[in-house]
Design a protein around this ligand. Structure first.
Ligand SMILES: [Zn+2]
Length: 120
């Protein structure tokens, strides 16, 4: 399953930033997913929950930021949201467009509970 390997790589990314001893204090992982990223958010959430089960990250929740598919048009100089995968400007019908957003798949933030650090 595609989403399972993505969930695993999200956990790996968290592991790169948060030392194992602090992972149980991770509260929220925010992931940005574009409409064209080829990921089913519900499925990813399900897999993420399965992957973190019985790990120090078990208490963490995943928050998904959805990014619409947008194209910028060179003909009429506009940026518009359009149907995923359709690189046609919805305003003037030009194909002289560039994908502006919608292909994102990235971890944008990791919230760690600092309350238990015992720092001064
Ligand atoms: Zn246009």
């Amino acid at each position: 399953m595609h989403e399972l390997s993505i969930a695993q790589s999200i956990v790996d990314i968290v592991g790169q930033y948060v030392p194992p001893a602090e992972q149980e204090r991770v509260r929220k992982i925010t992931v940005r997913i574009g409409a064209m990223a080829g990921v089913v958010p519900d499925s990813l959430e399900f897999c993420f929950t399965a992957v973190i089960h019985h790990t120090p990250l078990a208490e963490a929740v995943m928050e998904i930021e959805h990014v619409p598919f947008t194209v910028s048009c060179h003909s009429c100089n506009s940026t518009s949201e359009t149907e995923p995968g359709l690189a046609l400007c919805p305003l003037c019908g030009s194909v002289d467009t560039k994908v502006k957003s919608g292909t994102e798949l990235q971890v944008v933030s990791i919230d760690v509970d600092e309350a238990l650090t015992g720092a001064p």
